[in-house]
Design a protein around this ligand. Structure first.
Ligand SMILES: [Zn+2]
Length: 93
């Protein structure tokens, strides 16, 4: 019952490269911030989205970089090792 999966593999590669085209190239400040603990503050090009949308439960904040259009999620709840700055729309080359 072995099946050759190469067909599926090439499909997924094509899908990934399509997605890449939509992704931004992070500027140096964003590249630095990516993966840092959420306790670290945003850099000065980041604009907070949806400020004040939630009063009590602030599980995460979303920021957009005015320079490179990177979108960050700043995770503020959950396990401590997951409370980091996540880059939502950039490739990880
Ligand atoms: Zn940036």
């Amino acid at each position: 019952m072995e099946r050759d999966s190469s067909e599926y593999r090439s499909e997924s590669v094509a899908w990934e490269s399509t997605l890449m085209d939509l992704w931004i190239q992070p500027c140096a400040a964003c590249a630095d911030l990516y993966g840092q603990p959420a306790s670290k503050g945003p850099h000065d090009r980041l604009k907070l989205n949806n400020r004040g949308a939630e009063k009590d439960v602030r599980a995460e904040e979303h920021y957009t970089c005015v320079r490179c259009k990177a979108v960050f999620a700043r995770i503020l709840a959950g396990e401590s090792h997951k409370q980091i700055w996540m880059l939502l729309n950039a490739s990880q080359h």
